[in-house]
Design a protein around this ligand. Structure first.
Ligand SMILES: NC(=O)c1ccc[n+]([C@@H]2O[C@H](COP(=O)([O-])OP(=O)(O)OC[C@H]3O[C@@H](n4cnc5c(N)ncnc54)[C@H](OP(=O)(O)O)[C@@H]3O)[C@@H](O)[C@H]2O)c1
Length: 555
């Protein structure tokens, strides 16, 4: 076996019970398969552990690297400039400044780096630093004062227009000044602006000289990439006219979440579960993304987007892909495998689109004991608005092991509780006995993240009476978990793209969902009202009930 994993022999330690295993040959054998963390020899069980600084060397498992997929083990060592377009905006303050600071506080950033905020809003360096500091203090209860001061010293502001080449030329000059004396810096340009501005930014990064010979420039582009297939194609063309695919990082923050990545790792690390994931055993799959929150002063964005575009096109499609993709050990093929899973999705044949999709909008109600207005009463929302705040969709895949299994996806705002989960219901057993229910596996991605496997066990006695046996494991963060944007930023600084989307993935997702979106946008398509604080419109029960199924509750 050692030939499979030849370079790793110095990377696994063996605990003290294995002192007799000292030869190179033995060590090489131990390293043969990174998934074998225990082995038995002469009736003793030995436990392997990966040595701390050997992470990079753990390559070669079928040409693969687990570590490439789990790259957050690393710290950034290469100097970098991080230019944030839309520096005055909501996302920047809510997520990006706190995430960058956390990386700095945890010692994940090199000595030489700079954050340059770029936006149209007039601000001095000091005013911008004040804004960045405030957003960090809002997110972290007790930041490390010394480290925060050191972080803020590296923060600068550059006022400019996204469509002014001269403003970018001045930015390039500023960056050169900041990078003086740095060894092999990289530049990151983060597009935290509406998609309508992406084209101007990428064009001027090139024309203005920010993209210069010898300094890699990585473009991190926030989802959504466009609002439909057509606008996506335009943005792709604009970005590609100046940058190669290698230089473009399409970001869906779901892919930075530990729990979402665990959908893949659960399969990767448990071949026994993997064997259960097939159409002869599975009845149906449900993916739910529920949130009690409303639109949080983002009417301008949400009115044109709606829940279906906002949640299904990227987040829920990614959950589908991670669940159904071929388990891929090779980091290089990881994105292709995900894209392939997306390419296999299709809308079930239907005479009427309403059989496949359903939409709703929240009315006034009570969420967590608090009265909240209906969507049409929210600030800056059109009182006649037909924007959906809830949607449910039935999908199928051509992947042979999942063929015939329906996937029911639903997502909504102002729902009863925060919960994102994948629930797999296995085939109903033949009349097992009183109290028996089907086996279910819930992978909970948000809310009380973790996993629950519902089995059945017979109560003692002469009668066949059953009760659930629940194997439950919360997602516990051992050591050093990072917020999703922190994880992805660190990976972008390293030039690692496994957890970023490819153009192909985004394109396939728009292509699949565009006809559904067109149907939902028609004035004649039903928009079901539901009270805030419920689990969505009543109609979704009848809708799924037509297939003889029901939405799953966690027992
Ligand atoms: N906020 C979130 O939670 C979230 C989540 C996922 C994805 N996103 C995506 O991330 C991006 C940024 O989100 P955001 O919430 O931060 O947006 P935002 O606050 O509306 O906009 C960010 C900044 O972009 C500039 N801007 C806004 N509209 C513009 C326009 N029409 N033309 C030119 N510049 C404009 C403004 O800065 P100046 O006027 O100072 O230039 C604004 O401060 C968007 O693409 C959004 O869809 C956001």
């Amino acid at each position: 076996m050692s030939h499979i994993f030849p370079h790793a022999r110095d990377c696994w330690g063996v605990d003290h019970r294995a002192s007799s295993l000292t030869t190179t040959r033995d060590s090489a054998m131990l390293c043969a398969d990174p998934s074998e963390t225990q082995f038995r020899r002469q009736e003793k069980v030995y436990v392997l552990y990966p040595k701390a600084d050997c992470a990079l060397a753990l390559k070669g498992y079928n040409g693969a690297s687990m570590v490439d997929l789990q790259s957050s083990l690393l710290s950034a060592s290469q100097p970098f400039s991080f230019v944030l377009f839309g520096a005055s905006g909501h996302l920047a303050q809510l997520k990006i400044y706190p995430a960058l600071y956390i990386l700095a506080e945890k010692g994940r950033l090199p000595d030489d780096y700079a954050l340059v905020g770029f936006a149209r809003s007039p601000m001095t360096d000091d005013e911008f630093r004040g804004m960045v500091e405030q957003s960090i203090r809002k997110d972290l209860i007790e930041p490390n004062e010394k480290k925060l001061a050191a972080f803020l010293e590296r923060v600068h502001y550059h006022q400019g227009n996204y469509d002014e080449e001269d403003d970018f030329a001045a930015l390039a000059k500023k960056l050169r000044g900041l990078e003086k004396g740095w060894k092999n810096p990289v530049r990151l340009a983060y597009y935290s602006v509406p998609p309508s501005v992406f084209g101007a930014i990428s064009e001027n990064l090139c024309k203005g000289g920010v993209h210069e010979e010898g300094i890699p420039l990585r473009n991190i582009v926030e989802k959504p990439v466009g609002g439909d297939l057509k606008s996506f194609e335009l943005i792709k063309k604009q970005l590609s006219s100046c940058f190669s695919d290698e230089e473009i990082y399409l970001l869906d923050h779901y892919l930075g979440k530990e729990a979402v990545r665990n959908v893949f790792y659960l399969r990767y690390a448990n071949p026994v579960l993997e064997r259960l994931f097939k159409n002869t055993l599975i009845e149906y799959v449900e993916i739910t993304a529920a949130e009690p929150g409303g639109i949080e002063q983002r009417a301008g964005y949400f009115e044109h987007t709606g829940t279906f575009r906002d949640m299904f096109q990227s987040h829920l499609m990614m959950a589908m892909a991670l669940l159904t993709m071929r388990v891929q050990h090779d980091a290089d093929g990881f994105r292709e495998s995900r894209a392939n899973a997306l390419s296999q999705l299709y809308l079930p044949p239907a005479t009427d689109m309403d059989d496949i999709v359903l939409q709703g909008q929240y009315a006034a109600g009570t969420v967590n004991g608090k009265s909240v207005p209906g969507y049409r009463e929210e600030q800056d929302v059109d009182p006649q608005s037909r924007t959906n705040t809830f949607a449910a969709l039935r999908l199928m895949t051509r992947i042979s092991r999942w063929e015939g299994v329906p996937f029911y996806l639903r997502s909504g705002k102002r729902l009863q509780k925060k919960e994102t989960r994948i629930s797999i219901q296995f085939q109903v057993p033949h009349a097992v006995g009183e109290g028996s229910t089907p086996n279910r596996l819930h992978v909970i991605l948000q809310g009380e993240a973790g996993m629950r496997f519902e089995l059945q066990t017979k109560l003692g006695g002469t009668e066949p009476v059953f009760r659930p046996l629940v194997l439950s494991d919360p997602l516990i963060c051992f050591g050093d978990c990072l917020p999703e944007h922190g994880m992805l930023l660190l990976e972008a600084i390293h030039g690692r793209k496994q957890w970023f989307l490819s153009f192909e993935e985004v394109q396939m997702s728009w292509r699949l969902l565009d006809p559904v979106q067109s149907h939902l946008s028609k004035d004649t398509t039903a928009l079901h009202e539901y009270p805030a604080g419920s689990m969505g419109p009543e109609a979704i029960h009848e809708w799924i009930g037509r297939d003889g199924r029901s939405w799953q509750e966690i027992a």
